[in-house]
Design a protein around this ligand. Structure first.
Ligand code: GLV
Ligand code: GLV
Length: 324
């Protein structure tokens, strides 16, 4: 028998085709985030829930259907799901690792370059009709080539950022909960340092940890104060890793020079001052937003969901404790 799946928002066409072929699919056809009540109504009577990072999946939703087998997230991050509660209820949780690594690293680099070279500020200046010719002191930014990049967290995405940085002849220092072997470090061309030291040494700091209780506000006023006044911070991971109010203050008082942000503490709301700040490049959570990558993420989430519904161990299970 075909599994029943509830999908909270439409995915790319290829992923929709897989789901339609192999399941009885119901989905939200509207281009908006569902309310909790709508998700609870949607999961009644299904085997699998396929959801997005914008869906907060708490124990109340998980409790709404005692036959629910799986929550398949269309994202690598899964901080939107109460995984412990799912594990307690023997519900499998899956994510989409690997397929978005390079795409997200590209975005981190796009934000880094845009902030360093004031691309967005310049664009707005030209569009406003303010440009009356080249000038030797116009929009001077900071060099990327030959500078020092600090990576906070050193998983797949950070390592992909490091590979790009090597092409820019950057010196790369990283901090991670666990340190790599000396062989891995030298083959990647990176040096380990404690987090404070990474912040002190770097011209550019890019954040790549998963969001959890330990990493919420990992970067706050104290950490920002350690950074160089010419430094840029980049966040393509999750908003709450940086204390957004402290970041805004640091950008306003010159503690650091600029920021390239793709994620925020209370998406889609931003700290109100950010909208006005010329030294912040602000993108609407586009890290994995390419046609190719979103299709791969959708197919992967669909395969995970279908496998778990069939009683198989899905390829990208994040809570193996939930089985057996
Ligand atoms: C996107 O933010 C993801 O976690 O995949
Ligand atoms: C995310 O998948 C990471 O490992 O950085």
């Amino acid at each position: 028998t075909r599994p029943k799946i509830f999908l909270t928002r439409e995915l790319p066409p290829e992923s929709m085709a897989i789901l339609r072929q192999q399941s009885d699919l119901t989905f939200n056809p509207d281009d908006r985030v569902l309310t909790k009540a709508e998700i609870i109504a949607g999961v009644q009577d299904v085997d699998g829930l396929l959801c997005l990072l914008t869906d907060l999946i708490d124990d109340e939703i998980l409790a709404a259907n005692s036959n629910l087998k799986v929550v398949a997230n269309f994202a690598v991050g899964f901080n939107n799901i109460d995984v412990d509660a799912a594990t307690d209820r023997k519900i499998l949780v899956t994510n989409t690792p690997g397929v978005l690594t390079d795409t997200t690293a590209d975005m981190a680099f796009a934000l880094l370059l845009s902030a360093a070279r004031r691309v967005v500020e310049g664009d707005q200046f030209v569009r406003a009709g303010n440009w009356h010719g080249w000038g030797p002191l116009q929009f001077l930014g900071n060099d990327v080539s030959g500078s020092t990049l600090g990576l906070i967290g050193f998983g797949r995405i950070a390592q992909a950022v490091a590979r790009r940085a090597r092409g820019f002849d950057m010196k790369i220092v990283y901090w991670n909960r666990t340190r790599l072997s000396p062989e891995q470090e030298s083959s990647l061309g990176v040096v380990y340092a404690e987090m404070d030291e990474v912040l002190r040494q770097s011209d550019y700091v890019s954040v790549h940890v998963a969001l959890n209780d330990e990493t919420k506000h990992l970067i706050g006023a104290r950490e920002l104060s350690l950074m160089k006044p010419i430094a840029t911070i980049v966040n393509t991971a999750r908003g709450p890793i940086i204390d957004e109010a402290a970041l805004v203050a640091a950008l306003q008082d010159g503690t650091i020079a600029s920021a390239g942000l793709d994620v925020y503490e209370r998406e889609p709301e931003l700290h109100p001052d950010l909208y006005q700040m010329p030294n912040a490049v602000i993108a609407p959570h586009l890290g994995s937003a390419t046609i190719g990558t979103r299709t791969k993420m959708g197919n992967m989430a669909a395969e995970n969901c279908l496998a778990a519904c069939r009683g198989e161990v899905p390829p990208n299970l994040v809570n193996p404790e939930s089985i057996g």
